[in-house]
Design a binder for this molecule. Sequence first.
Ligand code: NIG
Ligand code: FE
Length: 425
Amino acid sequence: MPKTPAVLLVNIGELVTLRSAVRGPRRGRDLSDLAIVKDAAVLCAGGKIVSAGTGKEAVRDRWVKKNRKNIIEIDCRGRVVLPGFVDSHTHPVFAGPRLVDFEKRILGATYEEIAQAGGGIRSSLEGVRKSSRSVLANKVRDTFFEMQKHGTTTLEAKSGYGLTLESELKSLEAIRAAAGQWPGTVISTFLGAHVVPAEFRGRSQEYVDHVCQSMIPAVAKRKLAQFVDVFCDRGAFSMEETRQVFESASQHELGVRAHVGQLSESRLQGILHFQPASLDHMDFVNDADLPALAQSKTIATLVPGANYFLGLGRYPDARRLIEAGVAVALATDFNPGSSPTLSMPMALSLACTHMKMSPAEAIAAATINGAWALGLAQRKGSVEAGKDADLSIFEATDHREIPYWFGVNRCVLTVVTGMCSGAIT
Ligand code: NIG
Ligand code: FE
């Protein structure tokens, strides 16, 4: 047994373990199998989960009996414990909010109209280009800690608001610096193909060439990202341009993912062979793409915070995807334009009320399937011996309360690789 302090969580009312015999991402009926243990305990040591089971089993454990004095014991007093949330889609590197866009939308303008009039993503570029790396890193770090307060212990963070070689590298370096100051796990994504910046207006192909020939090699050389993302949609990049970016990413041994089907439908057959870890938004998906998607390991990451904040009446059709066997994840899409929320419980609540996912499905989509979307399922997303000791404890006695109480934060404590943050009162 390792010498680092061991932590024993006891008196857990409901322990959502998500352990399962299923080897891949959760699909269909398996998505609602939370494998809850009541009156449970979890023993963590050396940053890993050693055991998870009933409280009675923990008390009888010989190692626990012998080492009781050296174990930090946390009395959960009947509360719900989950695997820490895996927020698999966030854009945390920006300088400030987009309040003009917000007011324009309230007055009736759409996201696309605002972008065409010079607002939208392009209006966030100047702030990032002018900010120092340390200013950005501090903001990103503060965001990570705020996310942790809401139960997130693993996240993906994208660049994409610089869109010059220098400012994209600076953004990814800010993510790296912030990740070094935060106990959770961060996966970085290069999103140079977010939109065509003003200086390349009307020269989309030239910008894509720049992304592929200069930016991706520089990011790969510095090992600043694990994934490359593309905003593949009307007003951003075409499917052909997306394929070019994916080709370059693959040549540089970077994983790929894309924003697809947020504003308009794109057919997916041209990109699935790149084995994207995830395709995100997916508001518009052609029926004919569902079988191939369901047979792939690609996760459909749904981000209802964007639909909510853009004031859309429509949401991604989660039921259709789940029933077709597509593996679905949930994420915040935290960003200043379409989804300024860093709360995973809020995303879960929207998924239940507007996408008709059950609370159980929403929790699995926000944990184990989020881990699959980041290639981390061997370490994250469920409470099983050998996995990282990442847990979140909620002021609730039933897991269904997590999406039920919306707009408030009921996460009282997180354990990140075996270290506690917060205190139960
Ligand atoms: O996921 N769709 C592209 N990217 C973001 C929005 C970025 C922005 O508006 O600043 C999204 O919704
Ligand atoms: Fe996004």
